[in-house]
Design a protein around this ligand. Structure first.
Ligand code: GDP
Ligand code: ZN
Length: 345
């Protein structure tokens, strides 16, 4: 039914015949050797915002933001934030100009999302990211460990390094939370807006330099506050979130890439993404994303689902070998396994 991004390759992108077969004229068309390279920073109803670097298209060309549409020959090929694309047409960056995306370069990573755990329709939401920044408040709202575990699985599965950012340390001591997550060896940064200084912001900045980082977190955790602290020009809407609609004052629900000022690095904000359906994740692979529990499966029966009475994990975790967070991590694993196999989370 749905095609995974990995089903496409570069040759697919260059010459994708339409569903009615290839159009004859495309055979003679030059392969767009003159296409200029740019990075997609936003997508809005078929219009792509693309940053083209200084000097691209001629030595005296400044860095510019180009608006483009997808060339017909790309067919239904998806283009997402973070994609590296080839552009032709009006690439001047003039407000009225419109370029065409004629090529999507092979992706180094894809962050996928399905609407829920059994929905076969999945979407790539961000391409070419290196890091998934999971923003979690220490209180108000309370941390949701199962949601964090789910994000960790999504990160490992996409090949992104996870980074936990724990906000609102001025309201709650991070000690107990950090102790419970210590066995996972996930990098973390603690932040607080406090009274005057924004503590932890520089430490976070250091983790973002030279990386493309996707920020996720559910409403109210302080994600916009962080993004505004990091990229002041971004002006992401912050504040009280409407409980009924679940939306804040955000006007966009799709991802936007923002450049880290001063150094190389990108922050990709995802206003509409609060969790990840994991329908695309192999059931057998989920346990490999729980490195703190995996050693305990050595004594499992062959083909153990890790959600059955014979599973060795209960005894292993029960004897304390997975540390203090073991029991909640095991519960989290089982919830993910059940959710993934069709039962509700
Ligand atoms: P978002 O929904 O995740 O984008 O959250 P916002 O950035 O809009 O923040 C939600 C609320 O939490 C706002 O009222 C912020 O002022 C507040 N907030 C964010 N970070 C902190 C923090 O470190 N400490 C405290 N006390 N409040 C914070
Ligand atoms: Zn097992």
């Amino acid at each position: 039914m749905s095609r995974r991004a990995s089903d496409y390759d570069e040759s697919d992108v260059r010459i994708r015949p339409g569903r009615r077969g290839s159009r004859p004229r495309s055979k003679d068309r030059p392969a767009h050797d003159d296409a200029l390279r740019g990075m997609v920073t936003a997508v809005d109803r078929g219009r792509y915002t693309i940053l083209v670097a200084e000097g691209v298209g001629g030595g005296d060309q400044p860095e510019r933001v180009v608006t483009a549409m997808k060339a017909r020959e790309l067919g239904r090929r998806g283009i997402v934030v973070g994609d590296e694309v080839g552009l032709v047409g009006d690439t001047s960056g003039n407000p009225d100009g419109l370029a065409r995306v004629v090529r999507v370069n092979p992706r180094r990573s894809v962050l996928r999302r399905s609407a829920d755990d059994t929905d076969p329709v999945e979407r790539v939401i961000v391409a070419n990211a290196d890091q998934l920044v999971i923003v979690c408040a220490l209180t108000n709202p309370e941390p949701r460990p199962r949601l964090i575990d789910r994000c960790l699985v999504a990160a490992y599965d996409a090949g992104l390094a996870p980074l936990l950012v724990l906000t609102k340390a001025d309201l709650q001591d991070p000690g107990p939370f950090l102790a419970s997550y210590a066995p996972l060896n996930v990098r973390h940064v603690v932040t607080s807006t406090g009274r005057s200084a924004f503590e932890g912001l520089e430490a976070l900045y250091d983790q973002l330099v030279d990386r493309v980082s996707v920020f996720v977190g559910h409403s109210g955790v302080g994600k916009s506050t962080l993004v505004n602290g990091l990229v002041p020009a971004a002006g992401r809407a912050t504040g009280v979130v409407n409980d009924v609609t679940g939306r804040g004052r955000h006007t966009s629900s799709s991802a936007v890439a923002l450049r880290l000022p001063g150094r190389h690095g990108w922050v990709i904000d995802t206003p509409g993404v609060r969790s990840f359906g994991l329908a695309h994740v192999d059931l057998e692979r989920i346990i490999t994303h729980f490195p703190d529990l995996e050693p305990g499966t050595e004594r499992c029966p062959r083909g153990c689902s890790h959600d059955e009475p014979e599973c060795a994990l209960d005894a292993w975790v029960g004897s304390g070998q997975a540390g203090p967070a073991g029991p909640s991590r095991l519960e989290s694993l089982r919830r993910l396994l059940r959710a993934r196999s069709g039962e509700t989370d």
